[in-house]
Write a protein that binds this ligand. Structure first.
Ligand code: OVP
Length: 403
């Protein structure tokens, strides 16, 4: 049954967390895992799963016991060659993690973003006007949540306009590849070489405009803060992590408001006060990044279970963010709650370095919508785009009333 004692001292679950039906609607599976115990053996992939907030938080903050350097997907870099050179941010630990992290946190920090604020607010108003002027029914994924980040973020990084349509499929495959080699990974495989070549080409100094995030990463290499070999891989992290995540985060907050009209009314009473925390509440509620793996660096105890050295551990961020042991009315989208402490951006030394960028995009888009839109409702149920890691969407038909 398991590679361990015939009577294991931990619960065992036979469900595949990456089964398409589970990805479509993971909530009851998450509740089952949380109720089973602090650490559950997931027999299908021979890994341990952590689904309660307390233990997810503890594992994320213990980077020494739960390493990222063996990969944050199911595959262990000690035994299997990764499909692309590992990320210098996501798939490393101190000391190697420190310099790239310090560079990116400065380039993407709140101070640096103040320069983009007015331009992004105006871009958001422009996009919202364009959508609303052509009608009050639209697809919130393909007309708002995808086009907005796809316009402002690659501009801010400083890549060319040509080929930007590659960013979403590249990210889709990247986030699928953290999971097992299932049908979602096979579906992306034919385009991997082409998409990787395009992304890698965008990371060279020559491909990047003069003052963007990309150029600032190369300037950090000139100063000696990182090496010239590291610079293109740090740029690659921006192009890898910065698009699909925000597209799905924005779609999530729009869906949250469409299905909770009282919350939209409340947002509109004071958009500048509520927009930011509303987005964080949507990140808690939806967890656009559902899972990441860690690897045990020694025999390590979690709530009475010893996870053996070298084992992969699946961390259920989405489950932790709806754990009733931590949150009151966890399934309710409530912009007046304090969502801080949610693990939708992770926690600890790897916590999302782009979170200020994501929040600024959301604040700009929600503010532009709040200025013109009185009510939002679904026209028909949205459809999911299934991904091994992302809680993603294909379509979201909405109807709004102006005023
Ligand atoms: C959500 C993330 C995701 C995918 C790729 C990378 C980071 C990277 O650093 O390449 S964080």
């Amino acid at each position: 049954m398991t590679p361990f004692a015939s009577t294991p001292n931990f619960p065992v679950n036979r469900t595949d967390p990456f089964d398409l039906e589970i990805l479509e609607d993971p909530h009851s599976f998450h509740a089952e895992l949380r109720d089973a115990g602090p650490a559950v053996y997931l027999e299908r992939h021979e890994v341990f799963g952590l689904a309660r907030y307390e233990h997810v938080h503890a594992a994320l903050t213990d980077w020494q016991g739960f390493q990222s350097a063996a990969g944050v997907g199911l595959s262990n870099f000690r035994y299997e060659k990764p499909w692309r050179p590992p990320s210098l941010l996501l798939e490393t630990d101190p000391p190697h993690h420190d310099a790239p992290r310090a560079v990116l946190s400065k380039v993407l920090g709140p101070r640096a973003l103040t320069k983009l604020r007015d331009a992004w607010f105006s871009d958001a108003r422009c996009l919202v006007d364009q959508v609303l002027d052509s009608g009050t029914e639209f697809d919130a994924v393909t007309e708002l949540a995808a086009p907005f980040p796809l316009r402002v973020f690659p501009d801010a990084v400083g890549i060319s306009n040509a080929g930007r349509e590659n960013l979403l499929p590249y990210g889709d495959h990247l986030f699928n590849a953290f999971g097992p080699s299932n049908s979602l990974v096979s579906k992306g495989a034919p385009r991997v070489a082409e998409l990787s070549t395009w992304v890698n080409t965008q990371c060279s100094r020559e491909a990047l405009s003069a003052h963007g995030f990309g150029a600032q990463i190369w300037s950090a290499a000139d100063r000696g803060d990182i090496t010239a070999e590291q610079a293109p891989l740090v740029v690659r992290s921006l192009l890898s992590a910065g698009v699909d995540t925000t597209v799905n985060g924005l779609a999530a907050v729009l869906f949250a408001f469409a299905t909770n009209p009282d919350q939209w009314t409340r947002l509109r009473t004071n958009p500048s006060a509520f927009a930011r925390s509303a987005f964080d509440e949507a990140v808690r509620w939806e967890s656009p990044v559902q899972t990441f793996f860690r690897t045990a660096t020694r025999d390590i105890e979690v709530g009475g279970t010893v996870i053996p050295d070298g084992h992969k551990i699946l961390i259920f961020l989405g489950s932790a963010n709806r754990d009733p042991r931590r949150w009151e009315r966890p399934d309710a989208f409530d912009i007046t709650r304090d969502p801080s402490g949610h693990v939708g951006y992770g926690m600890g030394i790897h916590q999302c370095v782009g979170q200020h960028v994501a929040r600024l995009e959301a604040e700009a888009l929600l503010t532009a919508l709040a200025a013109r839109v009185a009510t939002i409702e679904p026209v028909e149920p949205p459809t999911r785009h299934l991904n091994n890691t992302l809680r993603s969407w294909k379509s979201m038909p909405l109807r709004v009333r102006l005023g």
